[in-house]
Design a protein around this ligand. Structure first.
Ligand code: SAM
Length: 490
């Protein structure tokens, strides 16, 4: 018995160590953003220097553009640092993960399959055509409840139930700086990162939690994820993203209104949004009068959504430059360098329904819990079902967690996220739309409505390249309990 408990504790610690490692890597990716972006500019400058003088003089404005890009990066960094400062990690970031290094391997081998990704997979790339690949293993389900939840549900404790330390990264405002972002030096014991706000005021962030473990040189693909997040912010939280939200979120919201015309305040219907990204759809569903829960397994996303949902003070509080990282398909430098203000609405006063929450963790692990069975009136998946290793498993879980008569609204393509992970031995079941629907019908779903929606995903509306999806949009209803029993007995 004692041996078992010891084994359990060891395993828990191992899992925690893995998650801490993964979270450190994600924070490092955010912190490496200015460095990596500066490298890109230097590369541009180096190409410029190689030009023959006659060509250089034709393009004499480019050095100034590179300086402008630097300022934009600094402003993006300012946003990122403020976001990290507000982040309260649900784990003890000071944990000595090296203690567990030899056990981690065993842990990984024991796990049947690590479906978690500390990063997020986003093959629904925007106009730049970048594809993200899975790189971090993060096998522990962590339920990071959002601040919009009652306090008791979100207080972060370690497995022993103690309150955990909070990342403490204080900006020292008002210092006059060069405006450029200063890279994080690996020599300093207390790191200083500088960034400027959109008015050109420099702040120096001294991060005492930024110990040696947090300045890993992360792979560039991790920093790409940060750039991807910046584009996702436009989709969810900028006026410019309204075009995409009208294409993707609006049809879902209208369908929910149609299906639940009498939403009572006393007993509002419950709606789950797996793969909620930066949380806007979940928030808008909550505003309609649903008790809505977003589920998301990427810390990249959760750190950012938590910041916008819980810490926004005013509309347009932040400025970011989302389009600076691609020099391709731009009509003008002005387009590329245009600022975007966020957020376009203030979540705290947006009229959410009580009970709104964001739940961190892998959809399969969190919602396979027997306690989740038959409790949701609606499940909304938007650009989500193709993130599965096994899409049948997703459908099965959605079926189980819905109440009898509950609805599943789906909108998205079938760009299977694990489809091109050749050689990595990642499981990937890639079904056609017809087969996906067949599987759903097999479980007992009834197809109520179906159409195709033409939409983009995190696309720069002024780009010369616009990737367009002809996304499938459907509403399915869960049939009676009898049918469900038959199905699972079969
Ligand atoms: C393509 S994005 C769509 C985000 C959002 N629904 C939207 O329409 O903008 C897919 C999201 O699902 C998340 N995700 C992928 N697999 C997941 C899983 N197993 N559990 C929870 N979230 C997952 C990703 O991190 C990502 O944020």
């Amino acid at each position: 018995m004692e041996l078992l408990e010891h084994g359990d504790r060891r395993r828990r610690k191992c899992e925690e160590a893995l998650e801490v490692k993964s979270l450190r890597r994600i924070i490092s990716a955010y912190l490496n953003y200015p460095d990596a972006s500066e490298d890109d500019i230097r590369h541009n400058e180096s190409s410029f220097r190689k030009l023959p003088p006659a060509h250089k003089s034709l393009l004499s404005h480019l050095p100034l553009k590179y300086e402008s890009l630097r300022r934009c990066i600094s402003v993006n960094t300012y946003f990122i640092l403020n976001m990290l400062q507000a982040f309260e990690p649900p784990l003890d970031m000071n944990m000595d993960v090296d203690l567990y290094d030899h056990q981690l391997l065993e842990c990984c081998q024991d796990e049947h399959h690590h479906r978690h990704d500390g990063g997020f997979l986003d093959s629904h790339h925007g106009s730049t055509g970048e594809t993200m690949s899975r790189s971090i293993i993060d096998p522990v389900v962590s339920n990071i409840e959002n601040d919009l939840m009652p306090k008791s549900a979100r207080e972060t404790t370690n497995p022993e139930g103690e309150q955990l330390p909070v990342l403490n990264c204080k900006p020292e405002r008002g210092e006059v700086g060069s405006g450029a972002t200063e890279p994080i030096s690996s020599q300093e014991s207390e790191r200083q990162v500088r960034a400027v706000d959109s008015n050109g005021n420099a702040s120096s962030f001294s991060c005492d939690w930024l110990n040696s473990s947090l300045q890993l040189n992360v792979p560039l693909v991790d920093v790409d994820k940060v750039r991807c997040i910046i584009r996702n912010i436009v989709r969810d939280w900028a006026l410019e993203g309204q075009v995409e939200r009208d294409q993707c979120y609006q049809p879902i919201l209208e369908e929910l209104e149609r299906l639940f015309p009498k939403r009572s305040k006393e007993s509002p219907p419950c709606c789950l949004v797996p793969g909620a990204g930066l949380g806007r759809l979940a928030l808008d569903i909550s505003r309609l009068g649903f008790v809505c829960q977003g589920n998301e397994f990427s810390y990249y996303m959760m750190i950012c959504s938590s910041f916008i949902l819980n810490h926004s003070q005013s509309v347009g509080e932040w400025t970011i430059y989302p389009w600076i990282h691609s020099n391709c398909n731009t009509v003008s430098d002005e387009d590329q360098l245009r600022p975007v203000s966020i957020p376009d609405i203030l979540p705290a006063s947006a009229g959410i329904t009580e009970g709104f929450s964001m739940c961190g963790g892998d959809f399969v692990e969190v919602y396979s819990d027997p306690g989740q069975e038959g409790i949701w009136d609606a499940v909304v998946t938007c650009f989500f079902i193709d993130t599965a290793h096994n899409i049948v498993e997703y459908i099965e879980i959605i079926w189980k967690i819905l109440k009898d008569g509950g609805v599943w609204i789906n909108l998205g393509p079938l760009l299977y996220h694990f489809a091109d992970t050749y050689g990595q031995n990642e499981m990937s079941i890639e079904l056609s739309l017809e087969d996906v629907k067949k599987v759903a019908l097999h479980y007992g779903f009834t197809l109520e409505r179906e159409s195709t929606i033409s939409t983009t995903y995190t696309t720069n509306i002024r780009s010369m390249m616009q990737n367009r999806y002809f996304a499938s949009f459907w509403t399915m209803t869960k049939k009676t309990a009898n049918k469900s029993t038959e199905m699972h007995d079969a």
